[in-house]
Design a protein around this ligand. Sequence first.
Ligand code: PEP
Length: 265
Amino acid sequence: MTSQQQPSHPSVSQQSSRQTIIAGNWKMFGTAESTRAFAEEMVRDPRLAHASGNGVGVVICPPTPLLHVLRPFCGTFFELGGQDCHQNVNGAFTGDVSAGMLVDAGCRYVIVGHSERRRYHHETDDVVAQKTRAALSAGLTPIVCVGETLEERQAEQTADVVLRQLDVVLQAVSPDQQFVLAYEPVWAIGTGLVATVEQAGEVHQILRKFYRQRVSNDITILYGGSVNATNAKELLAHSDIDGALVGGASLESRSFLAIVEATGV
Ligand code: PEP
């Protein structure tokens, strides 16, 4: 099935509340050849068909120049996502990609506010909120990342930081515009340091409670930060953790599929 055809499962934006989602963020890795091999391994594997056929949203966010390689494979068993989008529809922004361009390239999702964007591209909470709004306007489901640094955690500012980051986004969108939230403690990204289930679960509960109070609806919240085939099952078993945003372990189909399988669906 090609991207022109209908997916077999509803996207988050069509749902009223929560969905299990496993999203892979490839960051700046991959070649056309490795991407094709990844896609072929994925679509051949019965675990992917089983999970997506039973409502798990599987999303791959490759670098923009590799979207076209995955596009012919997506739509049935997995969806495509961008890693970032500009807040403007178009303009003189060399090197940037708009949300509409991602839609054109076959995407249904886009990551916004990843800590690497906040850190290396100096994206403020306000810019992240504008990007979220731009993505929603283009028809994408944004995966909005929030998370504290190690210093902030040690200073017991975790709740303040993640709620501030979420609050700015909520002020920019209307309550019926659904997005996915990803709790990604900065100290756990790419470090091999995974948050314990208790640490992740506690922050997910805080975020969910805040969102429910503000929007009187529920929200899909993913955990991200060194998720791998070994720790995924325990994290995903927590009732407030709806899925995972996976960096390093999403680069190989074998480890990524093991995380999809760990959803238990
Ligand atoms: C990420 O890039 O969002 C991420 C969570 O990376 P990793 O899984 O490698 O920590």
